[in-house]
Design a protein around this ligand. Structure first.
Ligand code: IMP
Length: 428
């Protein structure tokens, strides 16, 4: 039995979808435990491209149970669109289950997300605008609507009435915006509830049964360590817990049940939205990586900011998540560059920092300290094993592993399932 938590080791968009998809083949079930449709996975399977926001990429394997844990915030409208999109391409979704404890993203959450970003002006977070923060705010305030409520009109009606009065007052009096009509939302969302009722089941029990049977279980994180509400570059973070510990809270299992933690990290690094980014390349090289790596958000289409691999971030991810392995993606994007830089530390007011700082004030003043490595020119997209990689590519991987303090288990050399080199299978 192996329960593997796969998380993002950077600022999200590390290519977790591809690695999840690859590992999902051997897992008995795939579980999502935090975030919502702020995430976006692009998976290429059998030559077809699938863009998924909420549904775990394991869905592409026929009959594989895919679970959505209590830690997720679920937008029923988007979820139903995603279901229908998959079904129209012949993918069955009857093995999908949603926790009754998962929170529901309501239309007022999206509106409040937009209002608050506008109000913040220059200090906006750069959210995805999907209502994620406001939905988690309601959860913490204990006024959120959960999936169990959505599918039960007797619970849903009074809860919606109560919370909507509060939200409408906030929208009208504070943000100077129009409120929502109770009847409209009630009608639309009870229909969504009917459509989704058959998928709702306590996923913590399904996971526990899987563990007792000795099955392989894959927990699929969304976003990344540096976007974690507690451990990320606060306040430029998301409102959930993308770190490995989030899997326990967000799926309903204890930490002693986790066997391995793997972080996915790009061979370089990207960030979307606002916030500090020490190794950012604001020059043509940054534009080059963006073009070559197709670095545009799956969810919002926004261009991603690109930079050199940051070893301080990677070491931090190793500590915070208790990493066993790294999965390095998009190594092929670096092919053709004469030299590569790896950040090994930060310089702060003339001092060397080797650990990631806890305040933005310090981080803002940090300058990356780089080590230069020679690049490689050979095409690596058809390479089948580690030994076939050019010597300089191997040296680069070895160095980023050393700087991160964790071995590399998986290497991505292209977008396809087959373009994956496995040094160590974390599920074994
Ligand atoms: P929110 O999650 O929409 O509230 O956005 C908060 C921050 O997290 C913003 O900087 C977003 O760009 C970032 N973010 C949220 N989801 C993702 C993701 O899946 N990939 C990368 N960045 C994300």
């Amino acid at each position: 039995m192996s329960t593997v938590v796969l998380i993002g080791g950077q600022w999200g968009d590390e290519g977790k979808g591809k690695v999840t998809d690859f590992l999902a083949e051997q897992a008995a079930m795939v579980v999502r435990y935090q975030g919502g449709n702020n995430a976006g996975h692009t998976v290429v399977a059998n030559g077809q491209e699938f863009k998924l926001h909420l549904i775990p990429s394991g869905i592409l394997y026929a009959g594989k149970p895919c679970l959505i844990g209590n830690g997720v915030v679920l937008d029923p409208e988007v979820f139903i669109q995603e279901l229908e999109g998959l079904e129209s391409r012949g993918i069955k979704t009857d093995h999908l289950r949603i926790s009754p404890r998962a929170q529901v993203i309501m239309p007022y959450h999206q509106k409040l997300d937009a209002c608050e970003e506008k109000r913040r002006g220059a200090s906006k977070i750069g959210t995805t605008g999907r209502g994620i923060g406001p939905a988690y705010m309601d959860k913490a305030a204990r006024v959120g609507i959960r999936m169990a409520d959505l599918i039960d009109p007797e619970e849903f009606g009074p809860k919606l009435k109560n919370i909507l009065a509060n939200k409408n007052e906030l929208l009208q009096k504070f943000y100077n915006e129009e409120g929502f009509d109770y009847g409209d939302i009630y009608k639309k969302y009870t229909e969504y509830g009917k459509r989704l009722a058959g998928y709702v089941e306590d996923v913590s029990i399904i996971i526990d049964e899987g563990i007792k049977k000795g099955q392989h279980i894959l927990f699929e994180g969304a976003q990344g360590t540096l976007l974690d509400l507690d451990h990320g570059t606060y306040p430029y973070v998301t409102s959930s817990h993308p770190v490995a510990a989030g899997a326990c809270l967000g799926a309903g299992l204890g930490p002693t049940r986790i066997s391995k933690v793997v972080a996915v990290a790009k061979a370089y690094i990207t960030r979307v939205g606002e916030g500090p980014f020490p190794t950012e390349l604001k020059d043509e090289l940054g534009d080059y990586l963006r073009q070559r790596g197709h670095e545009y958000g799956t969810t919002t289409g926004r261009p991603r900011r690109c930079g050199w691999f940051d070893g301080v971030v990677a070491r931090y991810a190793t500590r915070i998540n208790g990493l066993d392995y790294l999965a390095i993606t998009k190594l092929d994007v670096l092919t053709g560059l004469d030299k590569l830089l790896v950040c090994t530390g930060y310089s702060y007011r003339g001092k060397l920092l080797t650990e990631f700082p806890s305040t933005l004030k310090i981080l803002d003043e940090c300058q990356p300290i780089y080590e230069e490595m020679p690049g490689w020119q050979e095409d690596i997209t058809t390479v089948q094993n580690y030994g076939e990689l050019p010597e300089n590519a191997r040296a680069y991987l070895d160095r980023i592993s050393e700087v991160s303090g964790v071995p590399i288990a998986i290497i991505g050399v292209g977008p396809g399932r087959e373009q994956t080199l496995v040094l160590k299978n974390p599920l074994e």
